[in-house]
Design a protein around this ligand. Structure first.
Ligand code: SF4
Length: 374
């Protein structure tokens, strides 16, 4: 998932499988020279690795402190967390088998893949005893010579310093990306989502993560009820203020079996309209720094789960419409970015504010029996 920001990434020339092939991106604004409207992820990876890099998604069997009661129960209102129950996870394949199966599938589709990034995607992928995290990340990195890195999805309140130290160590030789579910800067929206963390948790996490040699990526949701345009733009400004390396933008969408899905089916909540979303994404990208890598510009779900909005299944055209809106305005990512008074790299590193209930799960001995180890 990660293309560490060219600003904070270590020299990747030591990456084992591809050392002779890596082409480092010496220009932070190479995408502009190519005439693009924004700093798209796929091309950024190609520039850095000299060829196509594909992510392969892994469900390692993690759960979430927002589901198991460490911070609350029930999970986020948009998340289908029923699939996190141990009984369902027992049926998951081992990590190495998931990787080899998916790599085989990607190879059938593309014949020019130079490397893969193992993407720990569902649930909270830093929520396990630290030695077991090391074991499972090592397993993914060494299960195939073509794996060049890791992407790890997590929550802002689930990265104690021990986890950041581990990722920093792994990032010396590999691409490592830490994906935070920031979602919004507005605590009332986080509360509406039942996130059970605040934006202050996000600030604490990024201020301890920045500058460690791995990429920090922020997931943002646009179209949260009661967030107007100005509020969404406040989230955009925060990307530059806090110094994220990358972002993933999602429209709020609802799927079956979730509290949000039930409210949408009952007609209590309206999803954002397609044209509004396209314009808002462009407004958002105009306000973030030009060097931030844009990993995603919309979100979707499998058709049999997706309730609303149906338009988000049309991903390729949504992206084309976003590019067309940039063309219409003749603008680019970063055109309205205002650098913060305190540059992110000068922000002080705070004490670790990870809640004790989460730290007890991570900074402890023991193992999560449901994780899909060898
Ligand atoms: S924090 Fe992530 S994994 Fe946990 S319930 Fe929310 S969306 Fe799902």
């Amino acid at each position: 998932m990660k293309s560490p920001s060219e600003q904070s990434s270590p020299d990747r020339s030591a990456t084992p499988a591809l050392d002779s092939a890596i082409v480092l991106d010496h220009s932070r604004l190479a995408w502009q020279a190519e005439g693009a409207r924004f700093n798209a992820f796929g091309k950024s990876l190609r520039r850095r690795h000299g060829g196509r890099i594909q992510r392969v998604s892994i469900d390692a069997g993690f759960t979430c402190p927002n589901v198991d009661g460490a911070v609350t129960t029930g999970g986020c209102n948009f998340c289908d967390n029923r699939s996190f129950s141990p009984s369902r996870r027992v049926r998951l394949q081992r990590v190495a088998d998931q990787l080899s199966e998916q790599i085989g599938r990607v190879q059938k589709r593309y014949n020019d893949v130079r490397g893969y990034i193992a993407y720990f995607q569902p649930a909270t992928n830093t929520y396990a005893p630290i030695e077991q995290l090391r074991e499972i990340f090592d397993l993914a990195l060494h299960s195939d010579d073509r794996i060049v890195g890791l992407a790890v999805g997590t929550r802002p309140d689930c990265v104690p310093d021990s986890v950041l130290d581990l990722l920093q160590e792994l990032a010396v030789d590999h691409d490592v990306s830490l994906e935070f579910g920031m979602q919004t800067v507005h605590d009332e929206s986080l509360e509406w989502m039942n996130r059970a963390h605040t934006h202050a948790d996000m600030i604490n996490a990024i201020d301890r993560s920045r500058g460690r040699g791995f990429e920090c990526c922020s997931h943002i949701i646009l179209g949260v009820p009661r967030e107007d345009h100005a509020m969404m733009m406040e989230s955009a400004v925060e990307i530059g203020r806090l110094g994220f390396d990358a972002i993933k933008l999602h429209n709020l969408y609802s799927v079956r079996g979730t509290p949000l899905g039930e409210e949408v089916l009952a007609g209590k909540i309206q999803m954002m309209k397609r044209e509004d979303y396209v314009r808002t994404v462009v407004d958002f990208l105009e306000r973030i720094p030009p060097e931030v890598i844009v990993e995603r510009v919309s979100g979707d779900a499998p058709p049999n789960y997706l309730i609303e909005p149906k338009w988000c299944a049309d991903k390729q055209n949504i992206r084309r419409e976003i590019e067309a809106e940039f063309d219409r305005r003749d603008s680019r990512q970063g055109d309205h970015f205002v650098p913060p008074e305190v540059p992110p790299m000068q922000r002080p590193r705070p004490d670790d504010a990870t809640p004790e209930s989460i730290r007890n799960r991570i900074d402890t001995r023991g193992r999560l029996p449901v994780l899909k180890m060898q």
